[in-house]
Design a protein around this ligand. Structure first.
Ligand code: ATP
Length: 620
């Protein structure tokens, strides 16, 4: 069931409506919790009534005709003479009722815990699912730590509220509704004196929390920033060490850490005032009740037992009233947390498009065409501009260009991580924007510039994205990527765990595992973004040799800086400043003035120098 925490006009829900929507699907559990609570409360307030009746009717022999409830209780216990001679009877009855109250309290807590855990699991599932499908632009602009905090800490704040406080609100209402008539039936004046400040305390709590709600947002956001810094630091700990940036990082951490501390202290300070004032008000209420009941007792208009019952019942009501402050505080925090969660849940999916998306029946032929493609990450300067490219089925295209010239961006546009701003990209003649994204991405085998491997076995990393496969195919893909021998050298071979709980692969090994993963899919189009940058020359030529076998059958697009990786391609394009400045093949570009020729000359000169040095060494 998908939760929507906003109304049809897009306004985020608040107050009771928010809670009511949140508990959808778990309302029966809360109903059972409320019934258990009602029974528990009923048992609990019988206890002071028995005490009161025992004092009045059995001990002090002061029956008061205005308190039929107490007299009725004594009659139920066997009459005043029997009770006064057998004081264990009210004692056992009080214990029994208190125990029964405890049992039903347990039922209530269990039901509320099951409901709140269920609601939060659903919320986390929904968040996780939504994050998988968010647009790349949203993810580019988000801090990972903050997203993690929304999925964990914000959901936890919600869980605590749902587990403890919804039922507390119920308890407060039940107590007020049930205890008030009993108190009124015993003594109207004393009831008014015992309850006079309660509406004031409730109103004060409501207004106060409303006023400081923005502070909850500040604390939550400060915590988000802190989590982001920690997350970033741990991810980049090697860079920090390599550059000796400990002090800088500690200083950088200091700022959000102090900010979090300061906002928390500010909130605690303000909340302490709130608690103190509401405690003083509650104690004043008890004082008023004590003075009033003592006065009435001196006047002789109420019995000692009535005072005992009154004070006990008033305490029972006052406790949830004091809890209202805590409930409202936590509700304030929870609504801020839910707003932050809702912000993610209302982000559009990357698949939401006005155009009808088609899913061709057969795999792609690998025919790619780009016409006048322009795209900009940020408004203003285009990242790529006026790109025209044609890659025939089975052809190998190589892209070369200085850093930041837009090569990776072009590949991301092909995978439809982003949509083009102008122009069009087609696959087999279909505009990418009309193709089903899952179909589109299934046509590509991709090795990203920074290959990501999961903390799982090597085999599971290679077969990622392939429904079912046998070991033979995994090994074949690993052989093509020249990593099979290295894997079998590990004690656990393909079952070797990578990452936190396992071994750490070298940069070149990681790249080759990622290449195996892409090759195993046997995709119509293979995209390699600087995928051979970390492998040695010999391994590079073996991989290229293996890739050549795909030639004519499967399309390959290679982005690289080394000419040795590019030279074999059918077509080579040079990108500079987001534009294609040259295109041809190795032979034509080698002789044409431009970046390719300059790189070729540098490389040839280096080779000549190396050859001369080797010759000189050999002569010596
Ligand atoms: N997600 C993004 N948000 C904003 N700008 C981006 C983003 N990704 C890349 N850019 C910018 O777009 C430009 C092109 O980046 P791109 O990664 O396509 O270059 P590249 O040619 O692949 O570089 P390299 O050879 O270093 O990998 C760069 O100026 C980069 O800063």
């Amino acid at each position: 069931m998908t939760l929507k925490l906003q109304d049809t006009s897009g306004k985020v829900l608040s107050g009771p409506k928010l809670v009511w929507t949140l508990i959808r699907g778990f309302r029966l559990k809360y109903l059972w919790a409320a019934i258990s609570l009602f029974i528990a409360t009923a048992f609990q307030f019988v206890v002071p009534l028995i005490g009161s009746a025992t004092i009045d009717y059995a001990l002090t022999s002061e029956p008061n005709s205005s308190e039929p409830i107490l007299r009725h209780i004594i009659d139920l216990l066997g009459g005043s003479s029997l009770v006064s001679e057998n004081l264990w009877i009210p004692g056992v009855a009080m214990l029994g009722f208190a125990a029964l109250g405890g049992v039903f309290n347990y039922f209530q807590k269990l039901a509320a815990a099951k409901a709140s855990d269920g609601i939060c699991k659903r919320l986390k599932d929904q968040l996780y699912d939504h994050i998988q499908r968010l647009t790349n632009s949203y993810l580019d602009g988000s801090q990972t730590g903050d997203l993690v905090q929304r999925c964990t800490s914000d959901v936890e704040t919600t869980r605590i509220f749902l587990a403890a406080h919804i039922v507390e609100i119920g308890r407060g209402l039940i107590l007020i509704v049930t205890v008030l008539p009993i108190m009124l039936s015993m003594h109207v004046g004393l009831t008014v004196a015992s309850m006079a400040l309660i509406p004031v305390i409730i109103l004060y709590s409501y207004l106060y929390i409303k006023k400081v709600k923005h502070l909850f947002t500040q604390v939550d956001e400060a915590e988000g920033r802190l989590t982001s810094v920690v997350q970033e630091n741990i991810t980049g700990i090697r860079v920090v060490r390599a550059f000796g940036r400990h002090d800088y990082e500690i200083e950088k951490f200091e700022k959000p850490n102090s900010e979090y501390r300061d906002t928390s202290i500010k909130l605690i300070g303000i909340m302490s005032w709130f608690w103190s004032v509401s405690d003083i008000a509650s104690l004043t209420q008890i004082g008023i009740a004590l003075v009033a009941s003592s006065y009435l007792a001196i006047q002789g208009s109420v019995s000692v037992g009535t005072i005992f019952a009154f004070l006990a019942l008033m305490n029972m009501v006052l406790w949830p009233v004091r809890m209202i402050g805590r409930i409202l505080t936590d509700f304030g925090k929870t609504s801020v947390a839910l707003q932050r969660i809702n912000e993610i849940l209302t982000q559009p999916f990357e698949t939401e498009s006005d155009q009808v998306e088609i899913q061709p029946d057969s795999p792609s032929q690998g025919f790619i065409e780009m016409k006048e493609v322009s795209f900009s990450h940020n408004e203003g300067t285009p990242t790529v501009n006026g790109i025209n490219l044609r890659v025939e089925p089975g052809e190998t295209l190589a892209i070369l260009g200085p850093s930041g010239s837009g090569k990776t961006t072009l590949m991301h546009l092909l995978l439809r991580f982003y949509d083009v701003d102008k122009g069009s990209i087609t696959l087999d003649g279909h505009d990418l924007r009309t193709l089903d994204r899952a179909y589109l991405r299934a046509q590509f085998g991709v090795v990203l510039q920074e290959p990501f491997l999961y903390s799982r076995s090597i085999a599971s990393n290679i077969k990622l994205g392939v429904e079912s496969t046998d070991q033979k195919d995994i090994e074949e893909a690993a052989r093509m990527a020249c990593i099979h021998d290295a894997i079998t050298d590990f004690a656990d071979g393909y079952d070797t765990e990578i990452g936190e709980k396992g071994i750490t692969l070298s940069g070149g090994q990681r790249q080759r595992v990622a290449i195996s993963r892409a090759l195993l899919r046997n995709p119509p189009v293979l995209l390699l973004d600087d995928a051979l940058s970390a492998v040695d020359n010999e391994t590079e030529s073996s991989i290229i040799e293996a890739l050549q076998k795909r030639r004519g059958k499967r399309t390959t697009i290679v982005i690289a800086h080394r000419l040795s990786t590019l030279a074999h391609a059918d077509k080579i394009v040079v990108m500079e400043g987001g534009k294609i400045t040259q295109s041809g093949n190795h032979e034509t570009l080698r002789t044409e003035q431009g970046l390719y020729q300059r790189l070729w000359n540098i490389q040839t000169q280096l080779e000549t120098i190396l050859a001369e040095e080797t010759e000189a060494k050999a002569e010596n």
